[in-house]
Design a protein around this ligand. Structure first.
Ligand SMILES: Cc1ncc(COP(=O)(O)O)c(C=O)c1O
Length: 409
């Protein structure tokens, strides 16, 4: 004989609809068609999206772009945001419409995607090394003669010049300075010598200096950050002065980041800012502290989230979501945070899962519930997704291809 509980469960199963319906009553086949058409506006809501999904809150994104652009431009600096953050031609075009002089690309293959999607004035911020890549760089420079490449090595400079001579073109080359702890030639005499070598070659044109002080950008606390960036960028400005003293015109010095935009754009001699993360923000940047003395860096809003679904509720205080190691980059020592600052802690639960521990007063998540997370580190997380869903409130406004996703060559 069946118990009352078994009878109730059987009745509930029988009462379930034959086809589960989404928020608007669509079937998946209908959602799929809408997504494939790209015409999502007015037709889909967040609830219709398959998870894990990368979402862009358009109100926050647009405000971030306006704020950064107007700040940098009002200081008389060029604004060339870094495309390594978004890898998305739609976003690059939006930035250009909002005052960007061009787009940075970390790698050649990223620049190729931007170029193929109609973007101009590209700056490839890492050196192009090796025969095949240099051939590709020549192809890009032939198509987009306004592209700037960087060098920090005499042999690489000669290789670039020889390839340009063979292709009968003139390349725009900047010298990448070691102001961080990564690539670049040492500021001062070594950099000046490289510029002089460049000037003796006939198929390259000296564009100026690049100085990206990456390890200043996340220094916690505005004053220590200002000190660090001031010291590092000061070396670049001094190199610029040394060149000018020798009669070598150097009217371009590009660098800066989301954490130092309001520091570097106040330094005399820095002519262009190349921040990236400001448009999205992430947990890492939220923690660096603002010029207002607040521990939370609130100059830019968190526009980027990953939406996940609760797929299991093993106990009252544990909920499992469908976003794990493959949904977030895991290079930071802290986990994703819930967008709504819930008393919930996230722990990676494997490739496909995340384990939420629900604290006192947390929403008692049930299987099927959705929630959004702020990402620990935006750039490598974006690189995990094919597309980004642009949302305003609950409505999905557009889907943008992250066309340079995976382009790390
Ligand atoms: C060369 C270069 N410039 C600019 C940026 C942008 O920095 P952020 O995302 O901190 O604004 C980066 C980021 O890694 C970079 O590598």
């Amino acid at each position: 004989m069946q118990t009352r509980r078994q009878l109730l469960t059987a009745a509930a199963v029988m009462a379930a609809p034959a086809i589960l319906k989404g928020a608007k009553g669509y079937t998946w086949a209908e959602v799929e068609k809408i997504l494939a058409s790209g015409k999502v506006q007015g037709r889909l809501t967040k609830d219709d999206l398959p998870t894990p999904a990368l979402l862009l809150n358009m109100d926050a994104f647009e405000a971030n772009v306006k704020k950064m652009s107007s700040y940098v431009l009002s200081r008389g600096r060029g604004f060339r945001p870094h495309g390594k953050t978004h890898k998305c031609p739609n976003i690059a075009h939006h930035l250009v419409k909002n005052g960007a002089v061009g787009t940075c690309a970390a790698k050649l293959s990223e620049a190729e995607v931007f170029s193929a999607n109609g973007l101009q004035n590209l700056l490839v911020t890492t050196a192009v090394v090796g025969k095949y890549k240099i051939e590709r760089a020549m192809r890009l420079a032939t198509r987009r003669p306004d592209t700037i490449f960087v060098v920090d090595n005499t042999q690489n400079l000669r290789d670039m010049n020889d390839a340009a001579a063979a292709g009968k073109i003139k390349l725009n080359l900047a010298v990448d300075l070691l102001v961080g702890n990564r690539t670049g030639i040492r500021s001062g005499d070594p950099a000046v010598a490289l510029v002089e070598a460049m000037q003796s070659l006939s198929n390259v044109r000296f564009q100026g200096l690049q100085a990206y002080a990456g390890h200043a950008s996340h220094v916690i606390g505005f004053e220590p950050r200002k000190k660090k960036s001031g010291e590092l960028m000061g070396e670049a400005v001094e190199t610029r002065r040394m060149l000018e003293k020798k009669g070598i015109a150097c009217n371009w010095l590009s660098g800066g980041s989301t954490g130092t935009y309001n520091i570097d754009s106040e330094i005399d001699g820095v002519t262009e800012l190349q921040p990236g993360s400001f448009m999205f923000m992430d947990v890492d940047y939220n923690r660096i502290g603002g010029s207002d003395g607040n521990a939370h860096y609130s100059d830019f809003a968190n526009s980027l989230t990953v939406m996940a679904t609760v797929v299991s509720k093993p106990t009252d205080s544990i909920a499992i979501v469908d976003a794990g190691l493959k949904a977030f980059s895991t290079d930071k020592p802290f986990p994703p945070e819930t967008k709504d600052k819930m008393p919930v802690t996230y722990a990676y639960g494997g490739d496909e899962h995340g384990k939420l521990t629900l604290g006192q007063g947390a929403h008692p998540f049930q299987v099927g519930d959705k929630l959004e997370f702020i990402i620990p580190h935006c750039d490598p997380s974006v690189n995990l997704y094919d597309k980004i869903f642009c949302v305003r409130g609950d409505k999905v406004e557009a889907t943008w291809a992250i066309a340079a996703r995976g382009m790390s060559q």
